[in-house]
Design a protein around this ligand. Structure first.
Ligand code: SAH
Length: 367
């Protein structure tokens, strides 16, 4: 019997998510199977069911003896999350899913199908601790980190929906993954790195997505950017800059009071140098806040000659925020000035605004 106090303080969300095959590398999977007294090849069979056939229902594991299915499923493929609802727009080619995790925590993921690719935008944390005032996710604070398998399962669920033809456009595959959903991925470093490995390990041990098609977006946690640069990976780094001067960035991205713009960009250039990959600089254009011509020039001078490109994001509306997107003429002038400095720039085609599924709108309220 637990003491009464334990019942009060044992917050369910403190418990760890159940262990899942997607948390483990192939050797660890074999070890779990061996502990159950089974042959190692069962681990590869299960990996194939999960990552290739996208099947987690043991009744469909016809190559596994019936008596073994349940113990193996309990050990390696527990149910991690349940879809609470799907919201769709763009004729069903953009789909946001609200997930309830084992402890009641809620997260969202977004599938976006384009003519030439399918991008899954995944959450790495329930909530977020970074507190950026223009982003809906930060407003309720951080609930908890997701496990590696909880991140991977969001992508596998999207892959399943595509494979089963649930998304208009015929059967398809997930080609890209962006860590741009809820949470700060580099604040949950270990689980995110594990997820990158599972997503990019060749099939059947992983999903076989190309490393170049994965983007990790960060507010600028400098030591973690440098660590990621040293992992020998080929993933794209995106830095949420949003202001070229520390005075404004302190307000828009509060972690800037810890690591200033110069340090963040130094870490970004180190990343570019190590990986030879162009860093993406994210900049949400907010009317009369960060969209002035002089700020475009300042940004242009910071980025000139670097292995970088700017991705401008028209600000998406969030509840309770007084800020709004820039006027079209200010956006055009911002682009023009960056280009005048020779800095490549694109304006993000933000999807999912109608379903509160666009950048900064994921809040996972179950209403
Ligand atoms: N915490 C990470 C991952 C979130 S990615 C990060 O901040 O990079 C989501 C991207 O959308 C970030 O660049 C974020 O700054 C941006 N964003 C947040 N709120 C937004 C809003 N209301 N409109 C447009 N972009 C927003």
């Amino acid at each position: 019997m637990p003491a009464p106090g334990e019942l009060i303080f044992a917050a369910p969300r403190r418990a760890k998510p159940p262990r899942h095959l997607a948390d483990l590398d192939p050797a660890e999977r074999r070890a779990v199977v061996a502990e159950l007294g089974e042959k190692a090849f069962r681990a590869s069979q299960l990996s194939r069911h999960y990552f290739v056939r996208l099947v987690d229902d043991p009744d469909e594991w016809t190559d596994v003896p019936r008596a073994l299915r349940r113990p193996l499923a309990e050990a390696l493929m527990p149910r991690l999350m349940t879809a609470v609802r799907h919201l769709e727009c763009d004729g069903g080619t953009t789909r946001k899913t609200l997930w309830r995790l084992f402890d009641g925590a809620l997260v969202e993921s977004v599938l976006m199908r384009y003519p030439d690719r399918v991008t899954m935008c995944v959450s790495s944390q329930a909530g977020c601790g970074m507190n950026c005032p223009f982003c809906a996710t930060g407003q309720a604070g951080l609930t908890r980190n997701l496990s590696t398998a909880e991140i991977v399962e969001q992508v596998v669920a999207g892959a399943r929906a595509l494979a089963r033809g649930e998304i208009p456009g015929g059967p398809g595959r997930v080609s890209n993954v962006v860590f741009m959903g809820m949470g700060e991925p580099l604040a949950n470093y270990k689980a995110v790195l594990g997820a990158i490995r599972r997503l990019t390990d060749p099939t059947p041990e992983g999903l076989g997505i190309s490393q170049r098609s994965i983007t990790v977006s960060t507010v600028g946690l400098v030591p973690a950017i440098r660590k990621l640069a040293d992992e020998g990976l080929n993933v794209t780094l995106a830095v949420s800059l949003h202001a070229p001067d520390d005075e404004l960035r302190d307000e828009l991205v509060p972690v800037n009071t810890r690591w200033k713009i110069a340090e963040v960009l130094d870490a970004a250039w180190y990343y570019a140098e190590q990986t030879k990959r162009r860093v993406s600089i994210e900049y949400a254009l907010i009317r009369d806040i960060n969209d002035q011509a002089w700020r475009a020039d300042l940004l242009g001078r910071l980025l000139k000659g670097r292995l970088a490109h700017v991705n401008l994001i028209p600000l998406n509306p969030t509840p309770g925020s007084k800020w709004t997107a820039s006027r079209p003429q200010d956006e055009r002038e911002f682009v023009r000035r960056l280009e005048a400095h020779g800095v490549p720039v694109t304006v993000r085609d933000t999807r999912g605004r109608e379903i509160d599924g666009a950048c900064g709108q994921l809040a996972a309220a179950n209403t």
